[in-house]
Design a binder for this molecule. Structure first.
Ligand code: URA
Length: 481
């Protein structure tokens, strides 16, 4: 008699494994078992599968098969469970079969495993969250809609839970949805697609995408293979792709026609700075602090107490760059440990950014000041000092490899982009830094402190919070660009 096994749509992996063990213990031939899940076999939707008898004599299964099965169960192929059980049945007597890539059944399972892995990768890359709650709440809420090719929500949810542990979120798919609230992950079936509000970060992200699109390097096939069209409708930046592609030949021709010309003076400066980047410090990352403390690249070391290195985890995805250490930082040796640091901490809290998770540093590592009586008065570093110190900033960027860098104030903007134009006109926009990474320019916390007018101060604070929040969102995004 054929045994019918109907697996649940949640916890399918464990359910298949337990049932397969039972079938194997009962020595059921694959032809005598019919597998399905509740979505496929609606006639059995209400029928509880036979309770599996307790199994003590468990067959030894090669680890490689267990891991293969853990992926293949999430494939949408209607025969996936049957294929797995048939392979398992054979592997029980011939364990080496799992390594036989010429075996058509194993080869097919490997192909399905690959498709599931690819689908998981696409999910990690193309889920786009939108904020659905109060951005000033201590725990912010986000939602995303995603249409995966296979049933990959459940096995991929842990990735998102680790990556976005400090916020509440839900990823809704047409079948299984993951919900992460208060640090707890659960799943639900068949939720409706959420209604999303407008998202300011999305505009920022789309603008950045258009800015970094290089028409002369367009390879449509490579682009559509990495970012398949089926995902475009849920990617905010993808709305721009058709017109970017359509305009690419003309833009590329215009670029070619325009060359060669003598670079403008500013470009030449940028190129020199970029060349400096290539001669940057290449010692091991953990020797950076010691090397910096012995720095005499410019005269500032002579009057400062110490060089103040950046701080934060090596894995930080967001780097924040200020101007230079102030009076207090010069004494404590930690960036942003004085009054400007307090303003920054407040902005971090409002933007939902965890200070411990970001890498915080300065464009210039020594405190530049003049002594007046008992006071040490801050002085802004000049261009030469910024350029000398870029050596260290570049070394930090190479070490941390942040996803995005926030430049707070004109000195940081100059150090990171080589461009001294008015930062109030550039703030809130993404530029590409000399290091090739996205740089978001914003106001400096000290500028907020120095602004006497309360209303203006609040306006600047809002800008800082908005920019930090946008950069934070981008730092969390997996992108294929
Ligand atoms: N201002 C900065 O730019 N950096 C600090 O570390 C402190 C104040």
């Amino acid at each position: 008699m054929t045994q019918r096994i109907v697996l649940p749509r949640l916890g399918t992996g464990t359910a298949w494994r337990d049932s397969a063990r039972v079938c194997l213990a009962m020595n059921l031939h694959p032809n005598d078992v019919r597998w399905s899940d509740t979505a496929e076999d609606s006639s059995l939707f209400d029928a509880a599968p036979d309770a599996p008898p307790a199994v003590h004599d468990q067959a030894k299964v090669p680890k490689a098969f267990v891991s293969l099965a853990q992926s293949v169960v999430w494939h949408t192929d209607a025969d996936r469970f049957d294929r797995l059980y048939a392979a398992l049945y054979r592997i029980r007597s011939t364990p080496t079969l799992i390594r036989d890539r010429a075996d058509p059944a194993i080869a097919q399972l490997r192909k399905m495993e690959k498709a599931v892995h690819r689908c998981q990768h696409k999910m990690k890359a193309f889920v786009r969250f939108r904020e659905i709650g109060d951005p000033t709440a201590p725990r912010r809420s986000f939602a995303a809609w995603f249409e995966p090719t296979h049933n990959t929500m459940e096995p991929t949810a842990d990735f998102f839970a680790k990556r976005f542990a400090d916020m509440d979120w839900r990823i809704v798919t047409p079948s299984v949805s993951a919900i992460f609230e208060g640090g707890k992950l659960c799943f639900a079936l068949d939720l409706p697609r959420p209604d999303f509000p407008e998202d300011a970060n999305e505009k920022l992200w789309t603008t950045y995408f258009c800015n970094i699109f290089n028409p002369a390097r367009l390879k449509v096939n490579a682009m559509t293979s990495e970012m398949p069209k089926k995902y475009w409708k849920n990617l905010p930046e993808a709305a721009s792709i058709p017109h970017l592609i359509a305009g690419a030949p003309a833009r590329a021709r215009a670029m070619a026609d325009a060359a060669p010309t003598l670079p403008p003076v500013r470009t030449a400066r940028v190129q020199r700075a970029a060349a400096d980047f290539d001669t940057a410090w290449k010692g091991p990352g953990d020797a950076l602090g010691a090397a910096l403390s012995a720095c005499t690249r410019c005269p500032l070391h002579a009057t400062a107490t110490q060089a103040v290195a950046g701080c934060g985890p090596d894995t930080a995805r967001l780097m924040i760059v200020g101007e230079q250490p102030g009076d207090q930082e010069d004494l404590t040796g930690r960036p942003f440990s004085g009054p400007a640091g307090k303003v920054l901490d407040g902005a971090f809290a409002q933007a939902g950014v965890d200070r411990e998770g970001v890498y915080l540093t300065n464009a210039v590592k020594h405190f530049k000041h003049v002594v007046r009586g008992k006071r040490r008065i801050h002085q802004s570093p000049d261009r030469t000092e910024i350029e000398h110190c870029r050596f260290w900033l570049d070394a930090e960027i190479r070490r941390i490899q942040p996803k995005i860098i926030v430049a707070m104030g004109a000195t940081a903007a100059m150090a990171l982009t080589g461009d001294r134009r008015d930062i109030l006109k550039r703030r809130g926009h993404l530029e590409t830094g000399l290091c090739g990474r996205p740089v978001l320019i914003t106001v400096h916390p000290s500028h907020i402190l120095r602004t006497p007018d309360k209303a203006k101060q609040n306006e600047l604070r809002k800008m800082l919070v908005g920019d930090l929040s946008g950069a934070h969102a981008i730092s969390l995004t997996e992108t294929a660009v």
